[in-house]
Design a protein around this ligand. Structure first.
Ligand SMILES: *[C@@H]1O[C@H](CO)[C@@H](O)[C@H](O)[C@H]1NC(C)=O
Length: 336
């Protein structure tokens, strides 16, 4: 689903032809394609951009820069899994140290705090995003070079399905960072029902997110994609998505609207050691009558409701949590 459908390409082609020589004949690019559509569609109502979305989820001085009409419409499509508190003036608590029990134990406390002000290694990651000028290589340097082959995931091998970008993954050197990644997935599952979204950690539904650095806003985040492989259905979802879709038990329905989940790390101040906004965990509702669907989802993936990570920033790595257990569940992290 990463490339324009045949229909998308045909439409683009007709645009290219009718606009004759005004565009150079470069390879089809989805960016250009959506630009053309933007130009050709209504110019009366202001369009939301990914940067508007990130600004709106930032400190008040940033959210004020967003066109008020766009801001209002965007807000109506935000379903917070952790209360949004942009005016929270508390600084991150110093030296919060977390063990596995606090992050992934059965009786986790302070879950909201853990999003607003994550543990030190996560704050360092966010700071690095700004200090490096949004350079993905800065993130790559935090990875342990050990390569871990991705084993079978819930019968994926039998279907010749490779879920990850590469057949191997890595982990962060910081064990606390690894635990935090796992914590995010688990919190999404825990909080899903509070926004009307039942999501499960498995190879058809939620198993990955894309870690990105937004140069414009200085924000580091992860765009999670749940409901990754809905089952083929002649009537409601007649799309063949390849090997990984086979055997899917994800039903295509209105819950697809909620498949894009955004985590943002706290936002560091560019010129001091302080922080200007706490972290965020929010579902981006892509219901068809909303502005996210209209402006942030490329036309050729409207059916899948996919917001593209590349539109939010420079993607550094994919974060995968995969159930590699045979008899019982065993979730492991693979950074690819
Ligand atoms: C759906 O499939 C996944 C992967 O095989 C499995 O882990 C999960 O339990 C299934 N869910 C249901 C509700 O059957």
């Amino acid at each position: 689903m990463r490339h324009p459908s045949i229909f998308g390409l045909a439409l683009l082609f007709s645009f290219s032809v009718t606009s004759s020589s005004s565009f150079p004949q470069t390879p089809f690019s989805s960016k250009r394609y959506s630009l053309l559509l933007l130009q050709s569609s209504s110019i009366s109502s202001p369009k939301a951009t990914p940067s508007d979305l990130l600004s709106l989820l930032g400190p008040t001085p940033h959210s004020k820069t967003v066109n008020p009409v766009v801001a209002r419409q965007l807000k109506s499509c935000l379903k917070f899994m952790v209360p949004f508190s942009p005016t929270l003036d508390a600084e991150p608590p110093r030296h919060r140290k977390l063990g596995r029990a606090e992050l992934t134990g059965p009786n986790r406390r302070y879950d909201n705090d853990m999003i607003w002000w994550p543990p030190e290694p996560v704050l360092e990651l966010a700071r690095l995003a700004v200090d490096s000028g949004g350079d993905p290589a800065a993130i790559h340097r935090l990875l342990d070079p050990t390569i871990i082959p991705v084993p079978d995931v819930e019968g994926s091998n039998e279907e010749k399905c490779q879920l990850t970008r590469t057949p191997y993954g890595r982990r962060f050197i910081s064990e606390e960072l690894n635990m935090y990644m796992q914590f995010l997935f688990e919190l999404i599952v825990d909080r899903g029902p509070s926004v009307g979204f039942d999501v499960a950690l498995n190879r058809f539904d939620l198993f990955h997110g894309h870690l990105f650095l937004s140069f414009d806003t200085g924000r580091l985040g992860i765009l999670f994609h749940a409901r990754e492989y809905p089952a083929y259905d002649k009537r409601v979802f007649p799309y063949n998505m390849g090997f990984c879709q086979r055997g899917s038990n994800v039903t295509y329905d209105d819950s697809m609207n909620l498949r894009n989940i955004l985590w943002l790390a706290p936002l560091p101040d560019k010129s001091s050691k302080s922080w200007v906004a706490p972290g965020v965990l929010v579902v981006l509702d892509a219901r068809p009558d909303g502005i996210i669907y209209r402006d942030l989802i490329p036309d050729y993936v409207q059916i899948a409701r996919t917001i593209y990570e590349d539109d939010l920033g420079e993607v550094a790595v994919d974060v995968n949590i995969l159930n590699v257990g045979c008899q019982s569940q065993n979730y492991q992290l693979f950074i690819c």
